[in-house]
Design a protein around this ligand. Structure first.
Ligand code: WTA
Length: 656
């Protein structure tokens, strides 16, 4: 990467020291790094003491058959017992596991650990009666309701790996996943509430299963009460078989390496990869990182505002927090229903102390304006986290100032579906945070930035992010495809895990994530990151959100094409976004990064194409920038958005 490119984000020189009281009482202090550096396996053995093992392991790690890892070899445990029963046995049955908040107002449920245990046992007994056995795969296609957690834990209790398919996915996506992991039972609901209305789920299951003849049972939770089609002999109401089932269920201890779940994620090909996570190591990794990164205390109220259908929900709504006996908030709906202050109202009502969400939603809140959160009492918040994409310094600062009251540390956590747990992040009681940097690998994790040859780069340079040592929550393989596992992650750099992300190391040795390497552009021989330019655009006061793509260009190889959403305040003041504004933004990027990064074109749009997990689909924007037919839009949250963007551009051209 060119030095010019790398130096630009480095002129960020703001630093935020941990609050003194947080530092003094932190779960993880600086010495944890020393211990983990000197004895990584000893460190992970100690972390495993957080769990209750039926049989202790004989060996922490077996890496003899790399890249196929075994952690806590010979150990046996039950994941559901660790997440639920043991907290009840320890006298915490009355502690709330979830303050559940439905999208319709006043539709809330508090579920204690004792209640959760009863529900999980009942569901495990019901699934057993429906013929589910250890090793069978169960697909879960649900809204954000407590039964979703219960279903996952009931599967875990039986040793039946679940595959949760995000409720926003289409029937086709569901079908592919059910077929790929050969699930025989599907758990779903009639629907859930989103944007103020009941959104159906069951019809997609019915459609998907037309091509999944091996699925014998569909267990259906009644959530909305809407009309649904019913297949006699296959469909079973949850309340008919679960509510009356026995609350006694003895958990069986499974091998530490027993499969816990498969989570599908998109790769570079069209076929999604089934990422396999196993039991012992995954639970140790998620529980330890949740405890350390959020400095979790007994009286904390934790909220991961993500969907359970993604890995963030698996690791930090379900397994990590429950293994730690945490009280969490779980919210069914969207941030703007019934009003744009809904999240802040939830934080105020539930006295949330720890918040975890994605930069894309933070930028949306920026666009809506700081006066909205300002109306609510957010003073309980102690630590605020970010995950899923690089958080640009502007969004980091806005989050820290307006949500964290300029006091709560921001923990920018880098990880992936594949890593299972957070890998690179500040520790809130130790690290002086820098806006835009995920900082250093956590204790027990080894990350490097390497060049094309796999050699570690010097501070001040960029390259590819790799992980050099196995970690407990790592994926074990791609379901049914060991070769693809090796090819995708372990072939590029001998003996190292290739994450697919570009990164740079600053002069202090801190890591800055630059986005997927497929999002790196090459303009006139200079390598530019989409993230860097987006960050520069968003740092302009009129810009709410920006997406940048590198489109083919006959002169420069690639050219920078930007799509921006302007802030409502900018639009209302000036009305139109005219030529002057575009020129100003181009000059602004030039000033922030350098003339090389100046966008060739900037198009003002009212929305950006995003996947259901909130990632911008740059591929589609590239199609527009290169004047092509827009490609496959099926993974977009809203498949009509591309049409609206094209119409907007065409209307703008006519005006000219
Ligand atoms: C990106 C989400 C920068 C990265 C947990 C990674 C990030 C991909 C960050 C994984 C972060 C995630 N800073 N980039 N803090 N966190 N990413 O599998 O490109 O949905 O490879 O897992 O998101 O996305 P996934």
């Amino acid at each position: 990467m060119s030095e010019e490119t790398l130096s630009n984000l480095l002129h960020e020189n703001r630093r935020f020291e941990p609050p003194a009281d947080l530092a003094a009482n932190a779960n993880a202090k600086a010495d944890v790094y020393d211990f983990a550096d000197s004895d990584p396996l000893g460190f992970w053995e100690q972390a495993a003491e957080r769990l209750t093992w039926d049989t202790k392991w004989e060996r922490v790690l077996d890496w003899d058959n790399a890249p196929f890892a075994k952690w806590y070899v010979g150990g046996k445990l039950n994941a559901a017992y660790n997440c639920v029963d043991r907290h009840v046995e320890a006298g915490h049955g009355d502690r709330v596991a979830y303050h559940w908040v439905g999208e319709p107002e006043d539709d809330t449920r508090d579920i204690t650990y004792a209640e959760l245990k009863d529900m999980v046992c009942q569901a495990a007994n019901a699934l057993t009666d429906l013929g589910v056995k250890t090793g069978d795969r169960v697909a879960i296609y649900m809204p954000m309701i407590p039964e979703t957690v219960v279903a996952m834990l009931a599967c875990a209790r039986l040793g039946a790996p679940h595959t949760v398919v995000f409720g926003g996915f289409s029937a086709t996506a569901l079908r592919d996943r059910v077929q790929d992991c050969d699930a025989r039972v599907v758990i779903t609901s009639d629907g859930g509430y989103r944007r103020g209305a009941a959104a159906a789920l069951k019809p997609a299951v019915d459609e998907a299963l037309e091509q999944c003849p091996d699925v014998r049972t569909v267990l259906v939770v009644r959530r909305t009460g809407q009309d649904i089609a019913w297949t006699e002999g296959r469909d079973v109401w949850w309340h008919d078989v679960v509510d009356g089932a026995s609350k006694d269920h003895k958990p069986e201890a499974f091998d530490s390496e027993h499969p816990l779940y498969v989570m599908y994620t998109s790769g570079t090909t069209g076929k999604p990869k089934g990422i396999l996570h196993t039991t012992g190591g995954y639970l140790v990794g998620t529980a330890w990182t949740h405890w350390a990164v959020f400095d979790l205390k007994d009286d904390d109220i934790f909220w991961t505002a993500a969907d359970i259908g993604w890995v963030t929900g698996h690791s930090y709504i379900v397994y990590g927090p429950l293994a730690n006996g945490t009280t969490s908030v779980m919210y069914e709906g969207t941030p703007d229903t019934p009003h744009k202050g809904r999240w802040w109202e939830i934080i105020q009502n539930n006295k949330v102390t720890l918040l975890y969400c994605a930069p894309t939603v933070i930028r949306t809140f920026m666009k809506w304006g700081a006066e909205i959160p300002a109306k609510f009492d957010l003073s309980t918040l102690r630590i605020i986290g970010s995950v899923g994409e690089p958080i640009n310094p502007e969004a980091y600062i806005w989050y820290r100032e307006n949500i964290g009251a300029g006091r709560a540390p921001v923990v920018d956590t880098w990880w992936q579906t594949e890593t299972g747990m957070t890998m690179i992040s500040p520790l809130p009681g130790v690290t002086a945070g820098k806006p835009g940097s995920a900082m250093k690998a956590l204790p027990g994790v080894s990350a490097l930035v390497v060049d094309d040859e796999g050699n570690a780069v010097k501070p001040g340079s960029g390259g590819y992010l790799v992980l050099t040592e196995p970690w407990p929550a790592m994926l074990r393989t791609i379901w049914g495809d060991d070769e693809r596992y090796i090819d995708t992650y372990w072939r590029r750099f001998e003996g190292k895990y290739f994450a697919g992300d570009g990164a740079k190391l600053d002069e202090d040795g801190d890591i800055w994530l630059l986005g997927r390497v497929d999002d790196v552009m090459n303009v006139s021989g200079h390598r530019l990151s989409t993230t860097e330019i987006e960050s520069a655009l968003v740092s302009h006061p009129t810009v709410a959100e920006a997406a940048v793509v590198g489109a083919n260009d006959p002169d420069t190889g690639q050219a920078v094409n930007a799509f921006v959403i302007l802030r409502e305040s900018a639009l209302s003041e000036g009305g139109e976004a005219g030529e002057d504004m575009i020129a100003e933004l181009r000059n602004h990027v030039s000033k922030e990064i350098g003339p090389i990064a100046k966008p060739k074109s900037i198009l003002v749009v009212s929305e950006l194409p995003k996947t259901r997990s909130g990632k911008i689909m740059r591929r589609l924007l590239r199609d527009i920038a290169e004047n092509r037919q827009v490609g496959d839009v099926t993974t977009l949250a809203d498949s009509a958005v591309m049409d609206r963007i094209k119409e907007g551009i065409a209307a703008g051209k006519e005006d000219e």
